[in-house]
Ligand binder design. Sequence first.
Ligand SMILES: Cc1cc2nc3c(=O)[nH]c(=O)nc-3n(C[C@H](O)[C@H](O)[C@H](O)COP(=O)(O)OP(=O)(O)OC[C@H]3O[C@@H](n4cnc5c(N)ncnc54)[C@H](O)[C@@H]3O)c2cc1C
Length: 299
Amino acid sequence: MSKHKIPILSIISDEPLKKITALAENNPELIDLVEFLFSEFQIDCTTDQEIIQGFDRDSSNIEGRADALSRPVNEYECALILASCQMAAIPLTISAGRTNLTGSATPKGGLILSIEKMTTPPIKVDMKTQTLTTPVGIYLEEMRKEALKQSNNKLHYPVDPTSREDAMVGGTLSCNASGFIPGPAGTTRYWTDSLDFLIPDGYKISCKRGEYISTNGEFILEFPDDTRILKIPSYPWPDIKNASGPYSNEKGKIDLVDLIVGSEGLFGLITSVTFRLKEMPNEFLDLFFTLTSELNAVK
Ligand SMILES: Cc1cc2nc3c(=O)[nH]c(=O)nc-3n(C[C@H](O)[C@H](O)[C@H](O)COP(=O)(O)OP(=O)(O)OC[C@H]3O[C@@H](n4cnc5c(N)ncnc54)[C@H](O)[C@@H]3O)c2cc1C
């Protein structure tokens, strides 16, 4: 199979899909959609402004506003919410720990999808492959501690952004968060091995590093009864640690995992991830320098 062709999986069965289509045909108000998601699928949804207010701002402190909040607990509920909003043309904002400084989790009306209840199945470390699989609603520091615990301090997840106590795994993936390690190995993208991902109309993509690679600047998305082309960004990518904007390649060749990590929710919702882990060194050497000038530090 050609590596630039991506199979798109439908995870919503016919009956619920028919109900969503019927709802969307009646141009529903957001309140109708919330009522529908709750009564048909028992999804945690509310229009209570007292609850929503905790979610209408992120660390950018830009003022936001949302009319409803949903807190799905699994991938299927996420797919139902995404498909319903997409068909009914209702704006949706994905929200994790809300520690970003750019306003990317600040809603401008519509519905917030918070991933804070996406915390199962439990984190699992695989000692053989030296990987860790986690849902996206776990706080990053909790995940890092679990990597150490399950591996008896033999393996660790090296990405340590300062916000790691408050940022969730999904947020760090979407922002390609980076920590104190210099170079590409300091960023989330470097350690990401595979992802489960929902595109805005609720379809699913599972991808592993090396599995899907664009050719001539595009991926071909193979839906059950349709084919679409996804053009990839081609602006120059600086050869330094860089966490801004979706990944790019001037020659049109990108691993799908690299495109999704750092795309700030543009392409859809990440529901689960497998990270590579690093072996803990047996010994550490801490060095402390005092320097007389900034120039000496650069040297
Ligand atoms: C005090 C402080 C220190 C910081 N230190 C660092 C640092 O050292 N290094 C660094 O890189 N950043 C740092 N940041 C920035 C920020 O913490 C990170 O970018 C972090 O990764 C954001 O994660 P979050 O869970 O808070 O995501 P949010 O702010 O909630 O969301 C960020 C973006 O990701 C999207 N998103 C969230 N979850 C998903 C998902 N599952 N699927 C798709 N899209 C999703 C949102 O829609 C939004 O666009 C810091 C911020 C603060 C306030």
